[in-house]
Design a protein around this ligand. Sequence first.
Ligand SMILES: O=C(O)CCC(=O)C(=O)O
Ligand SMILES: [Fe+2]
Length: 359
Amino acid sequence: MAATVPYVPQSLQASVNHPPTKITSVKALAELPGLASIPTFYISNFASPHDHQIIFSDPDEDAIPVIDFSLLTSNGLDERFEIIQQLRKVCQDWGFFMVINHGVPESLMKAIIDASKGFFELTEDEKQEFEAKHVLDPIRCGTSFNVSADKVLFWRNFLKVFVHPKFHSPSKPPSFSEIALEYSKRVREVARELVKGISEDRTLNLENGFQILVANFYPTCPQPELTIGVPLHTDHGLLTLLMQNEVGGLQVLHEGKWVTVDPIPNSFLVNVGDHIEILSNGKYKSLMHRALVNNKATRISIAVQHGPALDEVVSPASEFVDNESNPPAYRAIKYQDYVELQQSNTLDGKSFLENIRIY
Ligand SMILES: O=C(O)CCC(=O)C(=O)O
Ligand SMILES: [Fe+2]
């Protein structure tokens, strides 16, 4: 019989309500035999059903838009024009869509999930080598979002790797590097076409755009309704292309309702990030989203974020600004500074964009 009071090692125990200083892995915690309840520092308001007037969306009524990528790269000019209009409308109305017929092989999508699983299954000692000191270190694994700032911890382990313009990779497991290199390249090609279609800005230097691969590992949780994998937030880049193993958990905020995402197999879930919102001067909104956890199966998601070049100073593009009726709504900021600030803070339920918004 499972013990009602779990054994939690000293190093994982909360002192009053503060998270312990040394926590590296919720995976190790989740694997403790007989864990029936979660430590208090994982209990989070962000998981509360009252945090955002939640109405679970009716899947039929709020069907998530689907973009057929093959039309974007087809030679038919009419088809391309049509799909670009559709893409821009979807970015304006939703900030979120699924992409089908994207050309990234199913076997490669499966391979990156398996390689990431292999990484998370390394021993805690082996993974320690990849625990970074700074948010701009190119290889960084950890738990929660930012354990030095988080007031409560989130039920997630992550690996964040800078994969472009310079490719980095952990050296373990041995197959990770080759798979991650190929996966990043193929996903980047899809992202570049989508960004070109959405943004009318021709000054973006996408060749040298920053690309980061984030692998998320959400172990099963004995009390999933009390905690959360990632609380609501927006992504810092231009576009994120996300996929997952067969286990769901992503919710997107659409017109004040949480929409639970049930993806089409082998599709990418694409969301607009903060830098499309900045460039378009707010026309295309960065998507608020979060990841729930469950008590049945481990969830793995791979989110690849694509941004401008790190040294690019981004401000609203001239075609979206009119100084009289539509003045710039965001301050110019170097992308690298934005990433550093966003990643150094904790997720507090607001978009980090609020920090550069001009009122
Ligand atoms: O796991 C998910 O579905 C979402 C993860 C996410 O939002 C992120 O890594 O930024
Ligand atoms: Fe995200």
